[in-house]
Design a binder for this molecule. Structure first.
Ligand code: HEC
Length: 258
């Protein structure tokens, strides 16, 4: 019995010493499709078991949004900006830059956001701090608040700086990125146009149908389902849907997806 116990201790010790596989994949600039540590790779990453499937237990009512607003202004706005555009003063020099959380929180699932806020960016080699020191309710309150920022249903607090969330500005950023991609010969103009068309349709659908956010922990799975729906509704063609994935990967490999 004693021997068993000490073997178990040894096992725990070895397990603790073993390199964490996720940390190994954090080499910056590794542009292989869904690999690497860009935003695309982070959005499509496997969510750890202890977070996967968690859903927000806190209703986004006025009290939660008020709590979220204060917590966000105090802890997050310096980097992510008052409006959640990723343009806070302390974030300007960071690479990768702080995510435009008002925007990505519209698409990303509860478990993804809660995981990323809790654990931060260590496993991706980014400077996003982990916030486990804040209790769980606080982390959910901030998720409610970031989503409200993106939906335009709250007024951002002002203090740290950064623009109010503006979907047009977000779209303009993307147009600029695509123009760069064409100029650098990463994609053709036609591919850039297809990307924009499908991306916009995908995003619009996901924002309008926020109930599908938590339909799967996996962003790739969710995207595949929405693409199929869009093809069925004749919003895009199958050829465009297939091309989208390829173009997405090309942009990611070239490091153009932030
Ligand atoms: C020191 C600057 C800094 C602070 C402060 C900070 N973040 Fe971040 N955050 C980042 C950076 C950089 C990224 C992008 C890299 C990454 O995802 O790891 C990021 C990413 C995120 C993401 C992932 C979004 C996505 O689309 O993948 C979420 C969610 C987030 N932050 C929420 C918060 C919240 C909530 C707070 C406050 C409690 C906060 N951050 C404070 C720098 C910061």
């Amino acid at each position: 019995m004693k021997k068993l116990a000490s073997m178990f201790t040894l096992f725990l010790f070895l397990a603790a010493c073993a390199p964490q596989p996720v940390e190994n994949s954090a080499a910056p600039g590794m542009g292989i499709g869904m690999g690497g540590n860009g935003m695309m790779a982070r959005h499509h990453a496997q969510i750890p078991e202890n977070y996967a499937g968690l859903t927000n237990p806190i209703t986004a009512d006025e009290t939660s949004l008020e709590r979220g607003k204060i917590l966000y202004a105090t802890n997050c706005a310096s980097c992510h900006g008052d409006g959640g555009m990723g343009d806070g003063p302390a974030g300007a020099a960071l690479d990768p830059a702080p995510a435009p959380v008002a925007h990505s929180s519209q698409m990303m699932a509860d478990d993804y956001l809660f995981w990323r806020i809790s654990e931060g960016g260590t496993e991706f080699g980014t400077t996003m701090p982990g916030w486990k020191a804040l209790d769980e309710q606080s982390r959910w309150d901030m998720i409610n608040y970031m989503r409200a920022l993106g939906a335009g249903t709250v007024n951002p607090s002002q203090g740290m700086g950064g623009a109010a969330y503006d979907p047009e500005f977000q779209a303009a950023r993307q147009t600029e990125m695509l123009a760069d991609a064409v100029e650098q010969g990463v994609v053709t103009q036609e591919e850039a146009d297809t990307f924009k068309l499908v991306h916009d349709a995908l995003e619009k659908y996901q924002i309008e149908h926020s109930e599908i956010r938590n339909s799967s922990s996996n962003a790739t799975e969710r995207e595949t389902a929405v693409l199929a729906t869009l093809v069925e509704a004749n919003a895009i063609t199958q050829v465009q849907a297939d091309a989208f994935r390829e173009i997405h990967d090309k942009l990611g490999t070239a490091g153009l997806m932030p």
